[in-house]
Write a new protein. Structure first.
Length: 626
């Protein structure tokens, strides 16, 4: 773009395949067949410009045809090629406004910094070279607006820098200019007169809310005082209509009920306020436009009103903190009991002075004012009678230097205590004093509690173990039922459904009861019982049967055997006797009579289950007796 005459463009080279050793066989001559009005070529093939200031914005691409010919002239061979030349852009053109006058209409309540219109320019350069700068060069209100460049579309955005007011100015007019600070002035043409334009902004009226004269209000009010006027607020309607304004206090909390506001904007308090309770009151006052009937129209504004409550010396001084002094019953004269300080709920000045004195002289204490807002309480005579008076009440008068001065009475309670040899209080008013070292006492109490707890746990565990032992010992002899298979089924085997093997063997072999060796050997659960001979005649009336005789014998043996353990259980016998009418007590037998299950299938299981089938058969002719 904007090349001068003779500027080299590119080097073109043609190759001849002839023998370079033969004279002029490889010498090439160049000619431009097309485009020679803009470009020329030298004998070496260098293409150059023939005209000044090629303009990309006028023509960006050029096509030339170059011929390469042997040096033999018309007898030589030739070749042609086409070359496409594209001009690169440079920033050499100024932006030009698309129109000479711009008119915009905006409402007066437009926000500061909001866009109100756009300015457009034409720049023939490529987009990367379009960097227009807009500025206001002439006009009375140049500081009211600013123009910012949109980096994407290169347009100018007009924004207000101040609030617009239709009632004050309805129209703004000024001259703007568009320039490019990055333009290359070496190649640019003269600046066109079209880079300036006129802008006119018309402001329209908007119904605006009332405007307060101040951004906030600060009033002062003396505490404990009702004033008809604390301060006034004022708001006006900025519109040409100039509507009346009504004032209201926004009730954001209960504190706002202390104050009221009149139609004229006068603020007063209906209740007295206390600075020590609330030193500041922050109110929100609303200003609303009123119609002809006095009703709010909806347009409103708010302002903050800060009411500072001024201090009045209306609180007497008192102790700075609750004191609990003690004194030993054998304290000597002049002993310091406590040093007291005072405070005042009012705002105390830097040079505040408190005066201390006792309201009574009839006591064993003396008050000394240190004149530095502190006072010392000391023992006057010494040796307190603790048996007669354990607590002394001292009324202390404290005065401030306010206007007017106020005096308050605070009672100091002094407790007479027993003290150790070091003068430390150990026992006061029926209880241990806080300063006494009670750590050993607490440790002793803790050890006692721990010992009692351990003993209780051990007793509980012992009792629980004894219960478990008794339960285990009682349950052992109760489990004696077992199914026994014998190698011989003799007479009476129907009755031996659950016997101890040792009992059966002793019965079969006619053995006698073996003697116990020691007390530690547990006796057999089932003692041996001899069957009476079956040939004995039946008992006569009034005589015991054979089974009854057996039971009596066993009872006598058990009573005479002092080495055996007591067994509260039912013994199993192998013979019921002829006179027994009792049914079987065996749990094995009850299952066959009370169960709903039919156990007849046991008969099909073979000889090994014959006994079990008979036990659980519903029509078993014999019963077992325990």
């Amino acid at each position: 773009d904007s090349l001068s005459t003779g500027t080299s463009v590119f080097q073109l080279t043609a190759v001849d395949a002839d023998d370079p050793t033969v004279a002029e066989h490889t010498t090439v001559m160049y000619h431009i067949l097309k485009g020679d009005e803009y470009f020329g070529i030298s004998n070496s093939g260098l293409v150059f410009t023939k005209v000044n200031n090629l303009d990309r914005e006028t023509q960006a691409k050029y096509e030339i045809v170059v011929e390469a010919q042997d040096a033999q002239g018309l007898r030589g061979d030739s070749g042609t090629t086409t070359v496409l030349i594209t001009l690169e852009d440079i920033n050499d053109n100024f932006p030009i406004f698309t129109q000479t006058n711009y008119n915009f209409t905006v409402p007066e309540d437009i926000r500061v910094g909001s866009p109100l219109g756009s300015l457009f320019v034409e720049d023939p350069d490529e987009p990367q070279h379009r960097m227009t700068k807009y500025s206001i060069v002439q006009g009375e209100f140049r500081d009211t607006f600013t123009i910012q460049t949109d980096p994407t579309h290169n347009e100018g955005i007009i924004k207000p820098t101040k609030p617009l007011d239709y009632e004050r100015i309805q129209q703004y007019s000024f001259t703007i200019e568009a320039t490019d600070p990055t333009i290359n002035l070496r190649y640019s043409s003269s600046i066109s007169a079209k880079n300036k334009a006129r802008v006119t902004i018309h402001v329209t009226d908007v119904d605006e809310p009332p405007v307060f004269q101040k951004p906030f209000y600060h009033f002062q009010l003396q505490e404990n005082l009702k004033k008809p006027l604390i301060g006034s607020v004022l708001a006006v309607d900025p519109d040409a209509a100039r509507r009346n304004i009504g004032y209201f206090i926004r009730r954001t909390s209960d504190k706002g009920h202390f104050f009221q506001i009149s139609k004229q904007g006068n603020i007063y308090n209906e209740k007295e306020v206390d600075r020590e309770v609330t030193p500041w009151y922050n109110l929100t006052v609303e200003a609303k436009e009123l119609d002809s009937r006095g009703n709010p129209t909806g347009k409103e504004s708010i302002v903050q009103v800060h009411i500072e409550v001024l201090d009045v010396n209306d609180n007497p001084p008192k102790f700075a903190k609750p004191y609990e002094p003690t004194v030993c019953e054998n304290a000597e004269q002049g002993t310091l009991v406590v040093q007291i300080l005072a405070t005042d709920a009012d705002i105390t000045p830097k040079n505040v002075k408190f005066k201390f004195s006792l309201n009574t002289q009839d006591s064993n204490f003396t008050l000394t004012d240190n004149h530095d807002n502190t006072a010392n309480i000391t023992v006057k005579y010494g040796q307190f009678d603790r048996e007669h008076t354990k607590v002394h009440h001292l009324p202390v008068l404290i005065s401030d230097n306010g206007r007017p001065s106020l005096t308050g009475t605070s009672t100091l309670t002094v407790t007479v205590c027993k003290c150790n040899e070091h003068g430390e209080a150990t026992f006061c008013n029926g209880k241990l004093y806080q300063g006494y070292n009670i750590i050993p006492v607490l440790v002793a109490i803790f050890l006692c509690i721990l010992t009692i707890t351990v003993i209780m746990v051990l007793l509980f565990l012992r009792r629980r173990l004894r219960k478990q032992d008794r339960a285990h010992g009682k349950s052992v002899p109760e489990i004696h039922e077992q199914l026994v298979s014998y190698d011989e089924e003799g007479g009476g085997e129907m009755d031996t459904t659950s016997y101890d093997v040792s009992v059966l063997n002793s019965v079969r072999h006619g053995g006698t009861k073996p003697p116990r060796a020691t007390r530690d050997v547990r006796p057999s659960v089932y003692a041996k019982v001899q069957k009476p001979p079956r040939h004995l005649p039946p008992p006569k009336p009034g005589e015991l049967g054979d089974m009854a005789a057996v039971i009596e014998v066993k009872k006598d043996e058990a009573d005479q055997d002092s080495s055996g353990l007591p067994y509260d259980t039912l013994h199993l016998f192998d013979y019921e006797g002829s006179e027994s009418i009792a049914e079987s007590l065996s749990s094995l037998g009850t299952g066959s009579s009370d169960s709903d299950i039919d156990y007849d299938f046991l008969n099909d299981w073979g000889p090994r289950f014959k006994m079990l089938a008979e036990l659980y058969s519903t029509d078993s002719p014999e019963e077992l007796l325990y």
